[in-house]
Design a protein around this ligand. Structure first.
Ligand code: HEC
Length: 133
């Protein structure tokens, strides 16, 4: 995957002077999400998707999206989607959680993980502290 065009596009997308690096990461992360994740994951609960919607996923208990038919492995995992867990998942979801029904994705580039994480955090405005313990 070539990152330079994605970063360049992110830099040009907004009023450059006002953009913080965090905003650039979010925009790049959104582009990466569209190519790597969006075909299975909606970010809005109103959109149908094959995988569970990922809005508010950061800090959410794994397998807790209401009415989604998770694998037993994910539902019983007892983990919380911390940034570290999301990195491990992006890197090798099937190795991280044998038995998951999400097809293997292998995003091992830490910069790509950073960008996607920035975007996932951006779409996680809800304080999930209560359901994360
Ligand atoms: C080919 C379809 C597909 C792609 C591509 C995909 N996913 Fe998934 N994802 C799924 C399915 C299906 C599940 C449910 C897995 C289960 O129940 O074991 C899932 C589950 C998840 C979960 C757990 C959510 C929860 O509610 O516990 C996270 C987090 C996640 N995916 C993130 C990602 C990210 C980030 C990407 C892109 C890098 C991605 N997925 C790409 C199909 C996909």
């Amino acid at each position: 995957m070539r990152l330079a065009p994605i970063i360049a596009a992110a830099l040009m997308a907004g009023p450059a002077a006002a953009d913080t690096f965090e905003e650039v990461k979010i925009t790049a992360g959104q582009t990466l999400f569209e190519t790597e994740c969006r075909r299975c994951h909606a970010t809005d609960a109103e959109d149908p998707s094959y995988g569970p919607p990922l809005e508010n996923v950061v800090g959410r208990a794994a397998g807790s999206y209401p009415d989604y038919d998770y694998s037993i492995a994910l539902e019983a995992s007892g983990i919380v989607w911390t940034p570290a867990a999301l990195r491990a998942w992006m890197e090798d979801n099937a190795g991280f959680m044998p038995g998951t029904k999400m097809r293997h994705v292998g995003i091992s580039d830490r910069t790509v993980q950073d960008f996607i994480l920035a975007y996932l955090s951006h779409i996680s405005p809800q304080d999930n502290a209560e359901i994360s313990d």
